[in-house]
Write a protein that binds this ligand. Structure first.
Ligand SMILES: Cc1ncc(COP(=O)(O)O)c(C=O)c1O
Length: 382
């Protein structure tokens, strides 16, 4: 039988590769983005209770209403935007399927989609599967700021969407109010859609503010916003997230999503809704919780020759190792660190379509216990 791949150049993701390496070497895994500490006990208990109470069958395709209401409340309080939980919010099994469905719903053959590199690895393949053309625009280290003139120059009559990710994986940077204003000017001028990946929306440090696409009235009718309860509640394995969009966009989204997944996990949604109602302090304290971890890790790294600017958001710290082993590319450096130091990181070049040749950056995930972070930083500092 003749088989032909729809994504012929796609191998196994670097996250699976590096996590497998960490396991094989029994090394500290600071590569893939997930916590190594437990989920909140009351959340786990709420999940058990939901299953015990018989919530073990399909939930409504668009999600458990009480959870959609919690999402609406969050946007109301933070962004002063009123959402209709019935028609503008869908609970999805993770953010990834939300991103995928939003792209499949709106991107047609030949449509161009602007992606800023380094970029989360699911955007490009999702665009290709839809028949679209990813147009990658590289952000330059160390600031990774968007060059808006460059973006304007890349817009063509086929451009349909711009994908935004703030706070940004892997660089830990966040978009300023001015970035959004620049984006608004372009999308209005060229009538473009925005897909805003905001999975790290609560992980924002040093008193900075997260601006959601939904905060801006000009973007309301042309944006999808995707979030992840996995990141916010330390339960990445529950794969539960959400997508928010105007009713018209959400209708297109649901047409695709209902056949991709129909619905998410029922007891997880019930547990999350209950936990959010009863524990608003979880989200309120999240920025400090992760900022402490960032500071702990970075303070210990000060003893090393790694160079870095503290992450402004997310649970990732990107570091420059050019003063240590400039002869190694970033993948080689990750292998050396894994073998010699027992610490596994992620090379930044994998987040680029065409990585700059002299990129000497790797990413550590600091969603780890203090013990793991101290041990990792101590080994890296040696
Ligand atoms: C930027 C970004 N978007 C989306 C996701 C996926 O989130 P989920 O696990 O909810 O699918 C991740 C997970 O690492 C991410 O870093």
């Amino acid at each position: 039988m003749q088989l032909s791949s729809k994504l012929p150049n796609q191998g196994i993701t670097i996250f699976s590769t590096m996590s497998a390496l960490a396991q094989r070497l029994n090394a500290l895994n600071l590569s893939q983005g997930f916590p190594d500490f437990p989920a909140p006990p009351d959340l786990v208990e709420a999940l058990c209770e939901a299953t015990r109470n018989g919530h073990n069958q399909y939930v409504a395709g668009d999600g458990w209403l009480a959870l959609r209401e919690q999402v609406a409340l969050q946007f109301q309080q933070r962004d002063q935007v009123t959402l209709d939980p019935l028609n503008e919010i869908t609970i999805t099994p993770g953010a990834t399927i939300g991103l995928f469905a939003a792209i499949q719903a709106t991107i047609h053959t030949g449509d161009e989609v602007i992606i800023f590199d380094p970029s989360y690895d699911s955007y490009d393949p999702a665009v290709r599967v839809a028949g679209g053309v990813p147009v990658h625009i590289a952000l330059d280290a160390p600031a990774f700021k968007v060059d808006w003139d460059k973006v304007a120059a890349q817009i063509s009559p086929r451009t349909r969407m711009i994908i935004v990710n703030t706070p940004h994986n892997p660089t830990g940077t966040i978009w300023s109010y001015q970035d959004w204003q620049q984006l608004i000017a372009l999308v209005e001028q060229h009538d473009l859609l925005v897909l805003s990946d905001e999975v790290y929306e609560h992980l924002i440090f040093d008193g900075a503010k997260h601006w959601s696409a939904l905060h801006f009235p000009a973007l309301r009718e042309r944006s999808f916003v995707v979030g992840s309860f996995g990141k916010t509640f330390h339960v990445t394995g529950w794969k539960t997230g959400y997508c928010v969009a105007s009713a018209a966009l959400m209708q297109l989204f649901r047409q695709i999503y209902q056949y991709a997944n129909f619905c998410g996990n029922t007891p997880a949604q019930i547990a999350l809704a209950q936990y959010m109602q009863q524990h608003p302090e979880h989200i309120e304290g999240l920025a400090d919780f992760y900022q402490n971890k960032r500071d702990l890790f970075n303070a210990a790294l000060q003893n090393s020759d790694f160079q870095f600017t503290p992450a402004q958001g997310t649970y990732f710290q990107t570091v420059d190792y050019s003063h240590i082993r400039p002869d190694l590319n970033d993948l080689e450096m990750c292998h050396v660190l894994a073998q010699e130091k027992g610490v596994v990181a992620i090379p930044i070049s994998v987040f680029y379509q065409h990585a700059p040749a002299h990129l000497r950056l790797i990413r550590f995930c600091f969603a780890k216990t203090e013990q793991t972070l101290e041990l990792a930083a101590q080994r890296l500092g040696e």
